[in-house]
Write a protein that binds this ligand. Structure first.
Ligand code: FAD
Ligand code: DHB
Length: 390
């Protein structure tokens, strides 16, 4: 097989790039290790910045998001018995975020790829990129007993944190920066009315909690748990009881509980791999960087990589201008590191660290006190949360 751009990974990053390039007449093949049902069964991001939403529209995939997604102009931080609101609209100069689940937007992207007869190969085993430094790279995968070869101009590594692409870059070229947090988030999805129309981030001595949502009938809640906990340790009853303990009493009293329809634990990690280009391989999204979910930056950071790559590829193929490709890694990393800083800061301010000393706790309190006493601090939070410009 032959294509112009071979994309490894059929998550939001890979599908979005494939769709955008297709609309500009650039040929792609997407290789996804899992089945479509598996990919659509993963419950992940819920909060999209406007840059992401704009990219969905440009990819002709924004119709359902615009109809069913909710615009959120603010969120609440509950701490020390108080409920302080961050007015995103006011402090970001009129911007907001869109609450629309990653599962739904991935479904929309798959449907668009099907509609346009885009090639997405599922259950592709042993995917391996080759000859990345040459002008003729290729990717192989196994389908049953058959090994298939795809010749291409470029390989895109959009295969998430555990993918094969980043691992194809030699050790002496790749530099990895990593910070692992001593806790995870236990998430529950339930078919219940959300406890609050806006998200509530709750700082509590027992641990952080987040009340989020997917729609007015679908709630998503998270609690901070030790890394040693497993999903089996948490019955639905135990989860709801612990969530209530960490929420302000008036919120806990309003919480409608129900059977969980999904329950999973995600460890928290900050990670960046540099550079994001090796020869004709370009990394994008979680394949190159991970943030703890606290600032809702992960998928949104993937979107800016895709935006840069998309424009760079179009300039290369349509105008013979490769400057965008040459500058991709540097440009993408500049924004990636800002998302890293913001996510680390939100995480540090709102979580309970097992080894923290009294001094650290005083600083956490002061961080929040400063935030809600300074319009400039709120402005900084708001501009990062709604998304820095691409
Ligand atoms: P992925 O979604 O990981 O997709 C990669 C794909 O590649 C997968 O489908 C995988 O099966 C496939 N793959 C892997 N290896 C191979 C291989 N060898 N060959 C072929 N295919 C392969 N972000 C936000 O912006 N806002 C939020 O509110 C938010 N909330 C989150 C909450 C949680 C609990 C978690 C865990 C994450 C959250 N995120 C959030 C982060 C967001 O989900 C990720 O950043 C996003 O999924 C990245 O998309 P991606 O396409 O780059 O990678
Ligand atoms: C979700 C929402 C967030 O704001 C966040 O920071 C992390 C996750 C969610 O709804 O899944």
């Amino acid at each position: 097989m032959k294509t112009q751009v071979c994309i490894i990974g059929g998550g939001p990053s890979g599908l979005m790039l494939s769709q955008l390039l297709h609309l500009k007449g650039i040929d792609t093949i997407v290789l996804e290790r899992q089945s479509r049902e598996y990919v659509l069964g993963r419950i992940r991001a819920g909060v999209l910045e406007h840059g992401f939403a704009a990219l969905m529209r440009e990819a002709q995939c924004g119709e359902r998001m615009d109809k069913e997604g909710e615009i959120h102009d603010g969120f609440i931080i509950a701490h020390d018995g108080k409920m302080d609101r961050v007015d995103l609209h006011k402090y970001s100069g009129g911007s907001s975020v869109v609450v629309y689940g990653q599962t739904e937007l991935t479904r929309d992207l798959y449907e668009a790829r099907d509609r346009m007869k885009g090639i997405v190969i599922h259950n592709a085993e042993d995917v391996q990129p080759h000859d990345l430094k040459s002008a003729n790279p290729y990717v192989t995968y196994r389908s049953g007993d058959e090994v298939v070869r795809i010749d291409c101009d470029f390989v895109i590594g959009a295969d998430g944190f555990h993918g094969v692409s980043r691992k194809s870059i030699p050790r002496d070229v790749l530099k990895e920066y990593e910070k692992v947090y001593p806790f995870g988030w236990l998430g529950v999805l339930s078919r219940t009315k959300p406890v609050s129309p806006e998200l509530i981030y709750a700082k509590h001595e027992r641990g952080f909690a987040l009340c989020s949502l997917r729609s007015q009938v679908l709630s998503r809640y998270y609690i901070q748990v030790p890394l040693t906990d497993t999903v089996e340790d948490w019955s639905d009853e135990a989860f709801w009881a612990e969530l209530k303990r960490r929420l302000p009493a008036e919120v806990a009293a309003q919480l409608i509980t129900g059977a969980s329809i999904e329950k999973s634990i995600a460890p928290l990690r900050s990670f960046v791999a540099e550079p994001m280009r090796y020869g004709n391989l370009f990394l994008a999204g979680d394949a190159a960087h991970i943030v703890p979910p606290t600032g809702a930056r992960g998928l949104n950071s993937a979107a800016s990589d895709i935006y840069y790559l998309y424009h760079a590829m179009v300039a290369h193929y349509k105008d013979g201008d490769s400057t965008g490709l040459d500058k991709y890694s540097e440009k993408a990393l500049a924004r990636v590191w800002k998302a890293q800083r913001f996510s680390w800061w939100m995480t540090t301010m709102l979580h309970t660290f097992p080894d923290s000393i009294a001094y650290d706790q005083k600083l956490q309190d002061t961080d929040l006190a400063y935030l809600f006493s300074s319009e400039k601090a709120l402005g900084s939070l708001a501009e990062n949360y709604v998304g820095l410009p691409f």
